[in-house]
Design a protein around this ligand. Structure first.
Ligand code: HEC
Ligand SMILES: [Cu+2]
Length: 331
């Protein structure tokens, strides 16, 4: 084996990862990656040819100066004739190169927006400053199951993502699964995705949407269909936990903005918290999900994510502890 492979591996090792467009885990990401590779190759060849031509021209000029100094200047006239004959070849190469690029991008675009299989599932994703509201449509009953900040996708199935915004322009982008598409207030955009490789991916709002734009990440889990169905059924179920003191505090100061299905809390201004502790991250990827981080977030949301629409609610230490304990049990 040549020495080129290890070198290439070393150079490309930065390209893998949960948020990389160069490590495709689904059909749409694959189509975009293929287009990227095609453009890299075509433009790479053009670059090499142009640099070689430049080198040749410099070398010629240098040789010409030498010839002039010796007093025999016809060499250039001969090469000028050859250059003129080369011109149609260069024009043809440019035409072919551009045609290849245009065809490639046309085909990639078709692959993204013309899914043959009817989508198995519809998921509505709504961008908010600065979090994601996610609703799954139950194919059987037509009912909706709401969650937030963590998108689950069944492996090998085509899912139609219906993208909307509640406030400003956001952009849905999970590079490992699909290309990006804007979420525009008053408009509905559709993105079909077919994830192939199971595992965790990371998405990120890709349109500057205010102060905490960088803290608007999306955890994405691609899992086998059976596991996905089990997960969705669990999400659809109401909170299975007796409320106790934490629940009572929640009902008085948090329920205006947050819903916990199965209780009286039905607020819609913030994320649905019915199964919040089952999520991997907190506040759209800002913190990992632990009881300590839950408590910290509740105590000081404005310190952790300045400008967020969640206010710091004054609570006694005992009440804060009880609410955090209550939420940590909502799995
Ligand atoms: C005025 C409305 C409002 C009130 C009151 C409110 N929240 Fe929030 N909450 C929000 C919003 C909006 C977010 C999303 C913030 C973000 O990620 O930028 C949020 C996020 C959260 C999250 C993170 C959810 C996730 O999916 O990661 C938790 C947990 C939470 N709130 C708990 C509480 C608790 C507990 C209380 C009561 C002590 C409370 N909130 C009071 C609006 C509110
Ligand atoms: Cu955004």
């Amino acid at each position: 084996m040549s020495a080129r492979l290890p070198v290439a591996c070393l150079l490309l090792s930065g390209c893998a990862g949960a948020q990389s467009a160069l490590d495709p885990g689904g059909d749409q990401a694959q189509a975009l990656f293929s287009l990227f590779a095609l453009m890299m190759w075509v433009c790479g060849v053009v670059y090499v040819v142009v640099v070689a031509a430049l080198g040749w021209a410099l070398w010629r000029a240098w040789r010409q100066r030498g010839a002039d100094a010796r007093g025999d200047g016809d060499a250039t006239h001969r090469t000028d004739g050859r250059l003129r004959r080369l011109l149609p070849v260069a024009a043809g190469a440019i035409l072919i190169g551009l045609t290849v690029l245009i065809t490639g991008s046309f085909l990639a675009d078709r692959a993204l927006f013309a899914t043959r299989a009817a989508p198995a599932l519809e998921v509505r994703v709504t961008g908010h400053q600065w979090w994601w509201r996610i609703r799954y449509r139950d194919p059987a009953s037509g009912g909706w199951t709401e969650t937030a900040n963590e998108l689950h996708l069944p492996q090998g199935r085509t899912v139609r993502l219906v993208l909307e915004s509640a406030d400003v322009i956001h952009s849905f982008w999970v590079p490992g699964v699909a290309g990006k598409l804007d979420m525009i207030p008053g408009r509905t955009n559709r993105l079909d995705v077919t994830a192939r490789r199971a595992g965790w991916y990371r998405g990120q709002c890709a349109e500057f949407c205010g102060l905490q734009h960088a803290h608007m990440a999306l955890a994405v889990k691609v899992e086998p269909s059976d596991a996905f169905r089990t997960w969705l059924a669990a999400q659809a179920a109401p909170a299975g936990r007796a409320a106790g003191r934490g629940g009572a505090v929640f009902a008085t100061v948090c329920a205006a903005c947050h819903a916990v299905r199965g209780t009286a809390a039905g607020g819609r201004a913030g994320p649905d918290l019915t199964h919040v502790a089952g999520r991997r991250t907190l506040a759209a990827g800002t913190l990992t999900m632990t009881r300590g981080n839950l408590q910290g977030w509740i105590a000081q949301p404005q310190a952790i994510k300045p400008g967020t629409s969640m206010p710091a609610v004054p609570l006694t230490p005992a009440d804060a502890d009880a609410v955090a304990g209550y939420l940590a049990g909502l799995r």
